[in-house]
Structure formats: structure tokens, C-alpha cells
Design a binder for this molecule. Sequence first.
Ligand SMILES: CC(C)(COP(=O)(O)OP(=O)(O)OC[C@H]1O[C@@H](n2cnc3c(N)ncnc32)[C@H](O)[C@@H]1OP(=O)(O)O)[C@@H](O)C(=O)NCCC(=O)NCCS
Length: 115
Amino acid sequence: MTKAVAEHIRKPGVVCFAAEVDGKIAGYAAGEKKKTRQTELGQISYNAVLPEYRGRGIGRELVKHVMRNLSNSGARVLYVVTIDKDQPAAAMYEKLGFEKLTSHRYYTMDSKDIP
Ligand SMILES: CC(C)(COP(=O)(O)OP(=O)(O)OC[C@H]1O[C@@H](n2cnc3c(N)ncnc32)[C@H](O)[C@@H]1OP(=O)(O)O)[C@@H](O)C(=O)NCCC(=O)NCCS
């Protein structure tokens, strides 16, 4: 778990579930509710499974726990953001019923090259 995730899951309102296999944390999934003027959103904010435990259904069950928890606490629309390299994650979300909404293109440059 990265420092960013560890800090995130300590925030009030964030839910996080972990899967334990043989006394070891094999994976986790976190989420939080976000209120907009139109509706209550539930974001799947982080999830990951250790490489040696992938492909056993752990990721899917963890995300389902977060989805149900967000829904039970009032979220009407659920969402998650992935990047292209997270292909297994994208496949998992689509299997869970999420529909791809849009794609973003990120650009980067070194600030010393500003024209
Ligand atoms: C995404 C991740 C959490 C999936 O965890 P997992 O426990 O291996 O997933 P599951 O075994 O529950 O598989 C659920 C579905 O994910 C998809 N999936 C899993 N591994 C896949 C792979 N290598 N290639 C393509 N699809 C894959 C499949 O649709 C699978 O459903 P199926 O078994 O019915 O075909 C795991 O790959 C991971 O930790 N990735 C790195 C971190 C990451 O990308 N996090 C998401 C950031 S948004």
C-alpha cells in the first residue's frame, strides 16, 4: 500500500476493505461518497491485489463490497477512473457493470522547455 493510499483510507467517510489470505493482506479496495448538486456519487478510489494473489476473484469481491457499502450509504451513481495501463482493472469494472464514459489524454513536458 502506498503512502497516498494509507493517508486516503484514514480520511473520514472513506470505506476500505482488505482481503486476508494466510494471515497476509492480499488486497484492498477503498471508496468514498461525493455529493454534487445533482446527486450523490460513490467513487471507487483505490484497489489493488498483490500480484501473487491475482486472478482468484479477490479484486472483484473487494470492489463489490465497496460498491454495496457506497450504495447502502446513499450513493446513487458509482464511478471509477482508470488509465490505459490498468487493462485488467478496466475489464473487471466492465464485468461488474460499469460502462465506459469517456477517455482523457494526458500531456506532459519539462518546464525548462516552455517556449
Ligand atoms: C485490477 C486488479 C485489482 C484485479 O484483481 P484480481 O483479484 O486479479 O481480479 P479478479 O481475479 O477478481 O478478476 C476480476 C475480473 O478482472 C478481469 N481481469 C483480472 N485479471 C485480468 C487480466 N490479467 N487481464 C484481463 N482481465 C483481467 C477479468 O474481467 C476478471 O473477471 P473473470 O475472472 O470473470 O474473467 C489487479 O489486477 C491489480 O491489483 N492491478 C494493479 C492495480 C490496479 O490496476 N488497480 C486499479 C486502479 S483503478
